[in-house]
Design a protein around this ligand. Structure first.
Ligand code: C2E
Ligand code: MG
Ligand code: MG
Ligand code: MG
Length: 283
């Protein structure tokens, strides 16, 4: 391990603030070993262009298969990794694997798809220079910067908004796209829209599921879409599960859709097969 990683591993490791249960502690020690033991893998959920149904890209989603406890959800272990100070290391693993996969697909003939990667806001603090790390990985893997999209969730840790703006801008200067994930659920959403440089709004799943509840239910989804258009940003709707949701989102001008209706998170091979089916259907 490099010096940088070694330091980050422990510097933010602080459990003085509150006492934690045995379950958390067991998870922590397991998480420390998981990277070395190769217990992580990525799955990929397809994102489609709403208007044409073409495959637009994928979102890489992290999976942890614990040898005894089985699959553990990222919503459980990512926050623990953040708190432990290992999110920098884990995030770097994710970026490298996702970029390597994108290039592997390209070599098999699957071009022009975007690879979206979740980046925790904590990762900015657990890494000396995230933009430089991303640049290095892109060069190392031979990946075009504009095929990569970073998904950032609004979070309380964005306290220092000016610093975050500068960090994101440096990543964007590489040509990498930036998406605001889970849009509408976090803190001060609307002011972030003005202050942070980004390309894409990812409408949170809760607004999509409300679409089932009649006209008022779809009001917020439509408002977010209108706002994205007025700001000249792309909009992705996540968690699309029904045809009614799909139709409403498409007709209201949503650019991209993602959800169980069109495809669950799947293996890299399944994404490739799916892309071939689509090509066959189109020709
Ligand atoms: P997210 O980035 O908002 O990812 C979308 C989540 O919604 C994924 O859950 C996905 O499987 C799920 N989803 C997609 N379509 C549907 C649908 O139609 N219905 C329902 N009910 N759910 C749907 P997942 O994979 O469990 O990930 C949960 C969260 O964990 C992610 O939310 C993200 O915040 C975090 N996460 C996952 N992978 C990574 C990673 O590599 N790094 C970081 N920092 N966080 C990650
Ligand atoms: Mg995401
Ligand atoms: Mg998220
Ligand atoms: Mg999300």
């Amino acid at each position: 391990h490099s010096k940088e990683q070694g330091r980050n591993r422990f510097s933010r490791y602080n459990r003085a603030s509150h006492s934690r249960g045995d379950a958390d502690l067991a998870l922590e020690s397991a998480l420390r070993q998981a990277l070395d033991r190769d217990e992580f893998h990525l799955v990929y959920q397809p994102q489609f262009e709403a208007r044409t149904g073409n495959l637009h890209g994928v979102e890489a989603l992290l999976r942890w298969n614990h040898p005894q406890r089985g699959a553990i959800s990222p919503s459980v272990f990512v926050p623990v990794a953040e708190e432990m100070g290992v999110i920098g290391e884990l995030g770097r693993w994710v970026l490298r694997h996702a970029c390597r996969q994108a290039v592997a697909w390209r070599e098999k003939g699957l071009h022009n798809i975007t690879m979206a990667v979740n980046v925790s806001v904590q990762q900015f603090y657990g890494t000396i220079d995230l933009a430089e790390q991303i640049r290095t990985i892109l060069v190392e893997k031979g990946m075009a910067a504009d095929r990569l999209e970073i998904e950032i969730t609004e979070s309380l840790f964005m306290q220092n908004i000016e610093e975050m703006r500068a960090n994101l801008q440096r990543i964007r200067d590489l040509g990498v796209k930036i998406a605001l994930d889970d849009f509408g659920t976090g803190f001060s959403s609307l002011s972030y829209l003005r202050k942070l440089p980004f390309d894409t709004i990812k409408m949170d799943r809760s607004f999509v599921s409300d679409i089932n509840q009649g006209r008022e239910g779809s009001a917020l989804a439509i408002t977010i879409l209108n706002m994205a258009q007025n700001l000249r940003k792309k909009c992705v709707a996540e968690g699309v599960e029904t045809n009614a949701q799909l139709t409403l989102l498409r007709d209201a001008g949503c650019d991209y859709i993602q959800g169980y209706l069109m495809g669950k998170p799947m293996s890299a091979d399944d994404i490739f097969d799916l892309s071939q089916q689509r090509t066959a259907e189109a020709s």
